[in-house]
Design a protein around this ligand. Structure first.
Ligand code: XMP
Ligand code: MG
Length: 183
């Protein structure tokens, strides 16, 4: 049997469940205020954004519609290259819509920068970005992110949708991995 002690795989907790939930509630309140009287389409980027989409959507008081996209960035290993391929496109027509892209994490910013431009080219009224986490020290492109949960150090993190080899997405907190997991 594989170990079920997930905690033992983690070096430390970066953001606890409570910290994340409180911050998501604050972001939702801001979003409610900013989009008052307008229809909003929130677009989750699979798979990482599943947790933040679910929590953010439930914390919002306004009417929103939800859609999903899956993209993969070509690149060597864990490095994003900025060349993006759409694996699953949106079901919705974006013409005239106010769109909020919801992401788990922004690292280099290359994926999001490409995605924002791509969605804007479909005749949207506006496109903004909400991310649970951002690594400012890893930024390779300047990208305007309107809603940021937490700025975090440039370390690999897992949990709350973020994975290492598809594991740890289901954690309700975010932490760094113990070296024994990946060495
Ligand atoms: P870029 O560099 O284009 O890439 O902003 C963003 C995507 O890279 C993944 N990513 C991570 N995944 N822990 C993860 O589990 C991390 O610390 C991490 N940093 C980047 C993620 O898929 C994100 O959408
Ligand atoms: Mg991702």
């Amino acid at each position: 049997m594989e170990s079920t002690d997930v905690q033992a795989d983690l070096k430390h907790v970066l953001k606890s469940k409570d910290e994340i939930q409180n911050r998501i509630a604050e972001l939702a309140a801001e979003i409610d205020r900013d989009y008052e009287g307008r229809d909003l389409l929130i677009v989750g980027v699979l798979k990482g954004a599943v947790m933040v989409m679910a929590d953010l959507a439930r914390a919002l008081h306004s009417h929103v519609t939800m859609d999903w996209m899956a993209v993969s960035s070509y690149g060597s290993g864990t490095q994003s290259s900025g060349v993006v391929r759409i694996l699953k496109d949106l079901d919705s027509d974006l013409m005239g819509k106010h769109v909020l892209i919801v992401e788990d994490i922004i690292d280099s910013g290359l994926t999001l920068s490409w995605l924002k431009t791509n969605l804007e080219s479909r005749g949207t009224a506006s496109v903004e970005i909400c991310t649970a986490f951002r690594k400012p020290d890893a930024a390779k492109v300047a990208i305007n992110v309107k809603y940021v949960g937490f700025d975090i150090p440039n370390e690999f993190v897992v949990g709350y949708g973020l994975d290492y080899a598809e594991k740890y997405r289901n954690l309700d907190f975010v932490g760094t991995l113990a070296p024994h997991v990946y060495e």
